[in-house]
Design a binder for this molecule. Structure first.
Ligand code: KG4
Ligand code: ZN
Length: 407
């Protein structure tokens, strides 16, 4: 079957066409059309995602991206479609309604069997852009529609294996523990069976990605801050390795022991809630600690910035790794899947890989390249899994805001 999937929960507008076949155990997917527009540059001056701007951008881009994805999939059907005003009732903004109406009037129903749309969690105005668009399209073309949880999408994307153009699913060995780390969420979720979730822990304040973005901003780095901090921390670590090498060779030359201060990061940041037995996280105190540190240091060199980035990343990694360790023991999970934008971070990955050496029976899974961040492919695939399992909800598709899949 062909699925049109739409994702607008945050600052990526994404439309994908996924061709899917097979049952829950042996599903295969081919991405036949994919169009993604990242608004990150537009939000950069705000240092984070500005919800109303995100909504406007989604509204601007949904029609062109849908045309692009359908064209790539060779599914675009120019032709007449009778459209009634009521089809676009869910769209309040006139320009968006006019754009959608004009698109639907001139395009007949393509060969699509299901429409999937992210219904939450996410920024409500942003979610509504995608949902109202998906509903209008589904009504005009008379195609069933299914609302998908964004976090389920991130979990599914970590279970995918890519072989040339085809994705297959790694068969989940339940219970599966998922560590979901993104700009909006930080959660440990236990997947007991397909579509059965239990929330093990979540952030009580900022999400990890949000902390990366805010700390980057404090250090004068552009949004999105995660990749910037990632690179800066790497430079600091490389410098430390280099200076410890130099120290070692000096040591050899002079036949004496030198205590190498440069190789040791002297900046210390807190590891919030690390000793708390609860599986919850908290990252806002860590960000504040960076803020005070920067304020007290007054002037920062590039090296200082990189050292702070390094210690921040160390603090985040320590907390994520230890909380994950405890959750593995508590839940007896057979698999650990890591999803969300922050799962692109190589240093955090390395920390989790080291952790799992202690648990040889637990396998570790990440999203394949290009699927760590928000995308519509994961939404289309999650929709297929639900559809195949007969879990197509009968409830109306509504934006669920910050509500997450386990509550
Ligand atoms: O999953 P995602 O694309 O969107 C949300 O659902 O939030 O995640 C975006 C977040 C941003 O906060 C971004 O700074 C962070 O993922 N991120 C990273 C890295 N790449 C993206 N954080 C740390 N290291 C990275 N390499
Ligand atoms: Zn996400």
């Amino acid at each position: 079957m062909n699925i049109l999937a739409i994702e607008t929960s945050c600052d990526e507008t994404a439309v994908s066409l996924v061709r899917a076949e097979g049952d829950l155990e042996q599903a295969r997917f081919e991405v036949i059309g994919d169009a993604l527009y990242s608004q990150a540059a537009k939000h950069a001056s705000f240092g984070g995602v500005y919800p109303n701007l995100a909504k406007r951008e989604h509204q601007e881009n949904l029609v062109p991206l849908t045309i692009r994805a359908l064209t790539e999939a060779k599914l675009l059907q120019a032709g007449e479609c009778i459209i009634y005003d009521t089809f676009t009732d869910g769209i309040r903004e006139k320009k968006f309604r006019d754009d959608v109406t004009a698109f639907l009037r001139t395009h007949a129903k393509p060969d699509i069997d299901l429409i999937a749309v992210t219904q939450g969690p996410g920024l409500e105005p942003a979610l509504w852009a995608g949902i109202s668009f998906a509903k209008a399209v589904a009504t005009a073309w008379n195609i069933p529609i299914i609302g998908i949880d964004h976090m389920e999408g991130h979990i599914v994307s970590a279970l995918l294996k890519k072989d040339k153009q085809t994705f297959t699913l790694v068969p989940p060995q339940f219970p599966v523990l998922s560590l979901l780390i993104s700009g909006g969420h930080t959660e440990l979720v236990l997947m007991k069976a397909w579509f059965e979730y239990e929330l093990i822990g979540r952030t009580r304040d900022d999400a990890v990605g949000e902390a990366f973005d805010k700390v980057a901003r404090i250090l004068g780095m552009p949004y999105p801050g995660g990749p910037e901090i990632d690179r800066a921390a790497k430079r600091a670590r490389e410098r430390a390795v280099q200076s410890s090498r130099t120290a070692r060779s000096e040591m050899k030359k002079e036949n004496r022991i030198i205590y190498d201060t440069k190789a040791n990061n002297v900046i210390l940041l807190p590891r919030p809630m690390i000793h708390d037995v609860a599986s919850d996280f908290s990252f806002s105190g860590l960000k504040t600690a960076v803020l005070y540190l920067v304020r007290d240091m007054k002037e920062l060199s590039d090296e200082d910035r990189e050292n702070i980035a390094r210690e921040f990343e160390d603090a985040v990694r320590d907390v994520l790794v230890l909380k994950t360790k405890r959750a593995i023991e508590k839940t007896g999970a057979h698999m650990l899947v890591v999803g969300g934008g922050v799962s692109a971070n190589g240093y955090i990955r390395a920390g989790l890989e080291t952790l799992l050496k202690e648990y040889p029976d637990v396998s570790l899974h990440y999203p394949t390249e290009g699927l760590t961040g928000d995308n519509a492919i994961m939404i289309g695939i999650a929709a297929y899994m639900r559809h195949t399992a007969g879990k197509t909800q009968n409830e109306p598709v509504v934006a669920t805001g910050s509500q997450t899949l386990a509550n």
